[in-house]
Design a protein around this ligand. Structure first.
Ligand SMILES: Nc1ncnc2c1ncn2[C@@H]1O[C@H](COP(=O)(O)OP(=O)(O)O)[C@@H](O)[C@H]1O
Ligand SMILES: [Mg+2]
Length: 264
């Protein structure tokens, strides 16, 4: 198993309010699979993604990633292994210095994780840009000179630069226009098939997850209430949370193609 999350819990208290953001969540992800994680706003999806990426600590539970006790890693070994788990968040590059060049955004992970020798970096950056459907000449642009859709393509290029085995995407296409969104989802599926990368794809939108997921996990108030093949969850939902999410998307349950998935 590439990823094995067991009994993960996390509480937040703020303003006298105590929230169980995650309540005893367990799930596994085999190599190369896309698991969609869906749930209403506040159900704990981002908390799970952030704990996975070691941006937030867990109160209880364990995570094994590539056979290692992921939450116990620290220092140089954590930095080294982070190359294998990358992220694409909603406009993550929007948080970058707007004057940063695309070349530096893509060059940093290549340098930090020593992916290719320095002399080969410009070529590698050009290859990455072309792979995500952008001209190599974009390397010299600054982040503020590219559109939102192009920024997400660059974020994807950055995520695949370190040759990860898992990419965590949190609302990665939610801010994009529908037409651009479809193209980005196609690119993600292509890359994932071509490179065998597993994805944890977090979205509040089942129409998005329908296009990319092998399996879908449904969260409600910090708990994982359902996990099954994408088709099963959409065509034959077992939880009231899944039924409510389906009802919110018109024309979702028609001619659903199934992405072959492993039985786990
Ligand atoms: N840093 C934080 N401080 C306090 N409460 C938080 C924090 N992060 C998340 N929460 C709370 O935890 C719950 C789950 O949030 P989140 O994981 O962001 O949900 P989702 O991504 O599904 O919308 C929510 O009630 C949210 O308000
Ligand atoms: Mg969220």
């Amino acid at each position: 198993m590439l990823l094995d999350i067991a009994n993960l819990s996390k509480r937040f208290s703020s303003g006298g309010r105590d929230v169980a953001a995650l309540n005893d969540v367990s799930l596994t992800l085999p190599p190369g699979e896309t698991l969609g994680l869906v749930g209403a706003s506040g159900s704990g999806k981002s908390t799970l993604a952030r704990i996975l990426l070691r941006l937030t600590s867990a109160d209880a539970g364990s995570i094994r990633f590539e056979g290692k006790d992921w939450l116990a890693l620290s220092g140089a070994e954590l930095r080294r292994r982070r190359a294998k788990m990358q992220m694409v968040f909603q406009d993550v590059l929007g948080a970058f210095n707007p004057r940063a060049t695309v070349a530096s955004v893509l060059g940093d992970p290549l340098r930090i994780h020593d992916i290719v020798p320095k002399v080969e970096r410009p070529r590698e950056i050009a290859t990455l840009l072309e792979r995500v459907g952008l001209p190599a000449s974009y390397a010299s642009r600054s982040i503020r000179e590219v559109s939102g859709g192009q920024r997400q393509r660059i974020a994807i290029a950055r995520a695949i630069a370190t040759r990860p085995s898992l990419i965590v995407l949190d609302e990665a296409v939610s801010a994009l226009d529908v037409s651009i969104r479809g193209k980005i989802l196609e690119l993600l599926v292509e890359l994932q098939q071509e490179r065998g990368i597993a994805c944890l794809f977090v979205s509040h939108d089942l129409a998005v997850l329908r296009a990319v997921s092998h399996r879908i996990a449904v969260m409600e108030a910090g708990r994982l209430v359902e996990i099954a093949s994408a088709r099963q969850v959409i065509e034959n939902p077992q939880s009231s949370a899944a039924r409510a999410l389906i009802a919110a998307v018109p024309r979702l349950v028609t001619g659903m193609p199934e992405r072959p998935h492993h039985d786990v």
